[in-house]
Design a protein. Structure first.
Lengths: 371, 247
């Protein structure tokens, strides 16, 4: 136990002496939480629209005015031909082209139907899809008003089911409410996964690990001596992150703080175990960085940080569930936004404990004082 | 009969089909300065790492400080000090912090650490540098400090792997004064080197060639045996037979 005390003293001294790392550890949560949620925004607000009006009728003008007034579109050009309009997409000046054919009004009135052309730039898939959808909605809405305007068929069509939405737990369906809790997870993942791995591998690189291996320090003492300092740092960063989320986005956990911290604490142990494991298999910082980064990419992209795990194909869902990150993101969102209690998330706790035991056990097993 | 602190019999370390250490046998007496000579790649460091419990031998027997290298490597570690070829104190800790850390992990009490550390810093003339980071010290001072840290917990044996590599002659001389002092206090010194003048300072030396021990005796006896004027000549005669080239 006394030996562990000396190890901890040494680790903390080294952590606090490295000013770059120290600054990173504390600047990172603030910067990431301030910038990322604003940048990682999937709400589509200003879709650039090029319009081709081949009809020049009052209906066509009404439609264009309605689209322009919807608030989602910025009409960047009105061109006489589709060929001219499509050049705006080619030059990335427009995202969508709306083409109104000749005789739009007369066909509408006479035949009761008419096609309009919508062409979207699918390179930015999300923006295109959402922009296209918005445009459809606006046109559908316009469509609904036509019978009223024409004075024909005033009785509304029977049997139309009207759908009303309400967004629970995030009433305005704002993306930042979705992403901020996930960034808290990202922070702990970076501290837990990278810092611990690089720290031990550095000792290997410099050769100090050999000096440690020749002392009577026991394996568990050495590993705990590495785990505890980064665990403490991680919890401080997590707290800082919560404060930033509250200060800037007004996100204050709806659920219990105790549950939140219990999960954060166990999650950190699991991720630190992952870092230790990486360090036992690698010999220098470059290798450790590559291996850790490889897994981080999987963690980030498959954990439901950006896209919902539920909409992944079954095989991907399985991989996602095999990373501790997925479980923690799920938990932190439900606790922070929904206010889930301990009973709702106890299965996830079991998963995280399993990850913590497995990864650390493997790391201790694989760490050898004698080669 | 003198007390034996290291006993090796047919000790072998094989990597694939390469015998880094090939059936070496020797004994080291308590309080002796035992030199381990050999060209680069002769197997000195590997042999030393086995004796320190850092590397498992492939076959053969070895007892260090009365403990078996196979079964009790951790007990060996309590009784030895080790200074590796590569400087391995923490460069981003100060002189005092390094002493405190290594003293602490060997179980020296904190009051004893303070007392011995004050004496040590004074003796090394590092009073002004005590609170400076070790990384900022010149190499010679680093090596003297590393040696002092290796014997800080008063081990029974200290293993020194090329402790004076890259150090100037004056500092080397001072370094050997420290080694003599430690030996006089009863610590057995096991030292590898390829400086032949240093070999003369040892009570007994072994010369390793291609993983095998080719000679083992006091420097004076070796010189008579090989009809040489100095250890340099002894070494050349033996080392010239080597088939392995250095690294």
């Amino acid at each position: 136990m006394k030996v562990l005390g000396y190890l901890l003293k040494k680790e903390f001294r080294q952590i606090f002496r490295d000013k770059t790392i120290l600054a990173m550890m504390f600047a990172m949560p603030i910067i990431q939480l301030v910038i990322l949620p604003l940048a990682m925004n999937f709400d589509v607000k200003s879709v650039n629209l090029a319009v081709v009006d081949n009809d020049h009728s009052s209906y066509s003008r009404q439609l264009i005015a309605k689209v322009g007034a919807s608030g989602y579109f910025k009409i960047v050009a009105a061109e006489p031909s589709f060929q001219r309009a499509i050049t705006y997409i080619e030059r990335e000046k427009a995202d969508v082209v709306l083409e109104i054919p000749p005789n739009f009004e007369s066909n509408l009135v006479r035949e009761g139907k008419q096609r309009v052309g919508v062409s979207v730039d699918a390179i930015n898939g999300t923006k295109a899809a959402i922009g296209g959808n918005y445009l459809m909605t606006v046109i559908a809405d316009f469509n609904k008003d036509i019978p009223i305007n024409t004075g024909r068929n005033r009785t509304p069509p029977a049997g139309v089911i009207d759908i009303t939405y309400s967004n629970w737990f995030n009433p305005l369906a704002e993306y930042r409410f979705y992403i901020v809790p996930a960034i808290l997870v990202l922070l702990l993942t970076l501290i837990g996964g990278f810092m611990s791995a690089l720290n031990i591998v550095r000792e290997k690189e410099v050769g100090t690990i050999e000096q440690i291996n020749v002392t009577p320090i026991q394996k568990w003492e050495f590993i705990l001596g590495k785990l505890i300092p980064f665990w403490v740092v991680g919890m401080i960063v997590f707290t800082l992150g919560l404060l930033v989320a509250w200060g800037i986005y007004g996100i204050w956990p709806v659920g219990s703080f105790v549950t939140l911290y219990v999960f954060a604490a166990i999650y950190l142990v699991a991720l630190l175990g992952f870092g230790l494991l990486v360090s036992t298999y690698t010999n220098n910082q470059l290798q450790a960085m590559f291996v850790a980064f490889f897994f981080m990419m999987i963690f980030m992209l498959m954990s439901g940080l950006f896209t919902a795990v539920d909409s992944m194909p079954p095989w991907a869902k399985m991989i996602a569930n095999l990373t501790p990150v997925t479980h923690f993101i799920k938990v932190i969102r439900t606790i922070v936004l929904k206010g889930s209690g301990f009973a709702d998330v106890q299965m996830e706790l079991l998963y995280l404990v399993l990850f913590a035991v497995l990864l650390n056990g493997w790391a201790i097993f694989n760490y050898r004082k004698t080669s | 009969m003198e007390e034996k602190v290291i006993v090796c019999k047919d000790l072998t370390k094989r990597f694939g089909d390469f015998y880094a250490v090939n059936k070496i046998s020797f004994e080291v007496n308590k309080g002796e300065i035992f030199g381990f000579l050999g060209a680069n790649g002769a197997g000195k460091t590997t042999a030393m790492r086995i004796l320190c419990g850092l590397s498992h031998p492939t076959s053969g027997e070895a007892m260090v400080a009365g403990f078996d290298v196979y079964k009790q490597p951790e007990s060996i570690k309590k009784n030895i000090g080790y200074m590796s070829q590569k400087f391995s104190l923490y460069e981003n800790l100060t002189v005092v912090e390094n002493i405190e850390f290594f003293g602490g992990v060997y179980g020296v009490s904190s009051s004893e650490i303070r007392k011995r550390s004050d004496n040590l810093i004074q003796k090394l003339g590092l009073t002004a540098e005590a609170k400076k980071l070790v990384g900022a010290l010149p190499l010679g001072w680093k090596q003297k400090l590393a040696f002092s840290v290796a014997i800080f917990h008063q081990p029974r044996i200290v293993f020194l792997d090329e402790p004076t590599g890259g150090v100037d002659p004056v500092t080397r001389r001072q370094f050997w004064d420290m080694i003599y002092e430690a030996a006089a206090s009863g610590i057995t010194i096991f030292v590898t080197t390829h400086y032949m003048d240093e070999a003369e300072y040892c009570n007994r030396v072994t010369i390793m060639v291609d993983g095998k021990i080719e000679a083992l005796d006091s420097p004076a006896n070796l010189k008579t045996q090989f009809e040489a004027d100095n250890m340099d000549e002894v070494f050349y005669r033996l080392a010239r037979r080597a088939k392995r080239s250095g690294d």
